[in-house]
Design a protein around this ligand. Structure first.
Ligand code: HEM
Length: 561
């Protein structure tokens, strides 16, 4: 391989150092020249719009003053490090504030994360352009994602035959309308378990743990065919939960080595070490489940088509779709653990977290806005009937509850930056600018859903804005509004070829479980010294954007216990 210009400058410095011989003065002078050259180069790169990574790009293109017209506007950040600070804490809010400086930055803003060039948009038209473009069909793969096998799962697999095959298999065997209908019985069983797990009347509870366990059990059931009781702490479910928590933490953190490769060898944040410790546990766990399925098949106990779980489906694949054991583990792990990567585990990661996080936000908003909760109760009594059990087919008629869910997705999108970024695989024009191959691209969905130019009173909780025909319907959303990715003013599941494949399943699960919990109980604020306590809506951004303080509510049965 030919040395890059970067390698060449190192060769030049080395040969100059060699010429100094052993003379300490000459070596010192050389070191000083080297240090000055380094500082000057770093400052020159840093001076470019977007900071050092962009400066380096323009420098290698010998753009000269041409940079003035071609460069994407954006903050410079610090020399060498760029704007790493923008991606810590509540990154969606910091990026929105940085983009609010002018209109051009809202459309497309460049910044640097160490050596990584990044662009972010807070404009729905540019977001559509970006998400729909074939040039952005890949994702940047973080060290932790590699370490945890996610590059073999749907969420991070490079765009190509393998990814297409995984996505096809998942679409037809997990996410098709037929499969979603077939798994309704699982969701109904888990909904009953949730009701049974709620403590006695008037007792204050924090629903987060219940919601997370319910989501995890739901994914476990459809992906691994494993059924657990919510109230019984099984060893297997506890092991899975601890692996998922660890995976979440690793994938959610900003890993400096991803952007400053010269730091990677030190593993300062222990990302590599923790991944290396987690993967054997995952392998053992998922292999055991695959072996159980194989043993059942060998014993002639094949599941009927309707009762097949996702592991059965993966084992039944033949020909071009057939997966190796390693790929199968990856797919399964990512489904269950993060619901995003390898088919199964990926589902765990993606499906578990997001669904539970969204439900907690909805309940928090309803505890805070009792008037809205009363309207939800009126609708439930009208559609389902007081004292009747909610069924999944009722949810299509619960239009006000659907509007509440949409309004919560707008105010608190679980993936405010659409979770995982995209990667430009070729030079491409976006928003009128050239975005070079290798650039990481993000959509700040949170900034779009809080834009006063797109939404009236964007900070207000107004589900009516999504009620078609209602006098309060938002000018931006007066018609039936789809959140599935066709309208980029509110696309919490992304859009384009890498949009969330689990969106219909997610909406079916969230709608049905919320309807069940709300039909049975009034959700009231917890009390402190006899006074209702407020609801703390502060956020914390991990893999998803969660409530920083878990919701606590007092539940009162609605239909006489
Ligand atoms: C409220 C719930 C959910 C939200 C808000 C959500 C959101 C997202 C977002 C924003 C993306 C990236 C889209 C893009 O790049 O355009 C995504 C991707 C993905 N989601 Fe979801 N998701 C949810 C539930 C689920 C569920 C239940 C599953 C599976 C059980 C799932 C599986 C996936 C997978 C596999 C991907 C990666 C797709 C790819 O790269 O090809 N998600 N999701």
């Amino acid at each position: 391989m030919a040395p890059s210009s970067d390698d060449c400058s190192w060769l030049l410095y080395l040969s100059l150092a060699a010429k100094c011989g052993g003379d300490p003065h000459r070596l010192l002078a050389f070191a000083a020249v080297f240090a000055v050259a380094f500082v000057v180069t770093a400052l020159l790169h840093w001076a470019a719009p977007g900071g050092p990574a962009w400066g380096w790009y323009w420098w290698t293109r010998r753009a000269g003053l041409g940079i003035l017209g071609a460069a994407i506007p954006g903050p410079r950040g610090l020399p060498v490090l760029g704007s790493m600070g923008l991606m810590t804490g509540l990154a969606h809010r910091k990026l929105a504030a940085a983009a609010a400086v002018d209109k051009a930055r809202r459309r497309l803003m460049a910044f640097s994360l160490g050596e990584t060039r990044v662009v972010v948009t807070a404009d729905p038209d540019v977001a559509r352009e970006l998400l729909a473009s074939a040039a952005f069909a890949d994702r940047p793969v973080k060290e932790s994602a590699y370490g945890l096998l996610f590059h073999r799962a749907i969420g991070f697999a490079p765009h190509g035959a393998y990814w297409r095959s995984l996505r096809r298999v998942a679409s037809s065997h997990l996410f098709s309308p037929r499969q979603i209908a077939a798994s309704a019985a699982h969701r109904a069983a888990i909904a009953s378990q949730m009701l049974a797990a709620v403590p006695g009347a008037g007792v204050v509870m924090a629903p987060r743990r219940l919601l997370k366990r319910a989501s995890l059990h739901n994914v476990m059931w459809s992906v691994f065919g494993r059924r657990y009781e919510l109230e019984v702490e099984s060893e297997e479910a506890a092991e899975l939960k601890s692996m998922v928590d660890e995976g979440y933490d690793l994938l959610g953190q900003l890993n400096w080595s991803d952007h400053l490769p010269w730091l990677a060898r030190f593993d300062l944040q222990r990302t590599r070490a923790r991944c290396a410790a987690l993967v054997p546990r995952v392998n053992r766990f998922v292999s055991r489940i695959i072996d159980d399925h194989r043993a059942r098949l060998a014993a002639g106990d094949a599941a009927s088509a309707a009762a097949m779980d996702f592991t059965d489906v993966l084992l039944s694949l033949q020909g071009a779709d057939k997966l190796s054991d390693a790929d199968m583990i990856a797919v399964l792990w990512v489904r269950y653990a993060l619901a995003d990567d390898m088919i199964q585990t990926e589902m765990i990661f993606r499906g578990t977290d997001t669904v539970a996080v969204l439900m907690e936000w909805v309940l928090a908003r309803l505890v805070l806005h009792q008037d809205v909760q009363s309207k939800v109760h009126e609708e439930l009594d009208r559609v389902v009937g007081p004292g009747q059990t909610v069924t999944e087919s009722d949810t299509a008629s619960l239009v006000y509850l659907q509007a509440v869910i949409k309004e919560v997705l707008r105010l608190h999108p679980p993936g405010p930056l659409l979770s995982w970024a995209r990667l430009a695989t070729s030079d491409v024009h976006v928003g009128g600018y050239l975005v070079p191959a290798g650039t990481t691209a993000m959509v700040n969905m949170w900034a779009i859903t809080h834009d006063p130019a797109l939404w009236s009173d964007p900070e207000e909780f107004k589900p009516e804005r999504f009620m078609a025909g209602s006098p309060a319907a938002d000018h931006a959303a007066a018609d039936e509004f789809s959140v599935m990715g066709s309208d980029l003013r509110l696309a919490p599941f992304g859009s384009g070829r890498r949009s969330c494949p689990g969106k219909s399943l997610a909406m079916a699960t969230v709608g049905f479980w919320l309807a069940t919990l709300l039909h049975e109980f009034k959700w009231l604020p917890a009390e402190e010294s006899g006074e209702p306590r407020g609801v703390d809506l502060s956020e914390v951004l991990r893999l998803s954007c969660e409530m920083a303080t878990p919701l606590e509510a007092r539940l009162v049965p609605r239909h006489g216990a």
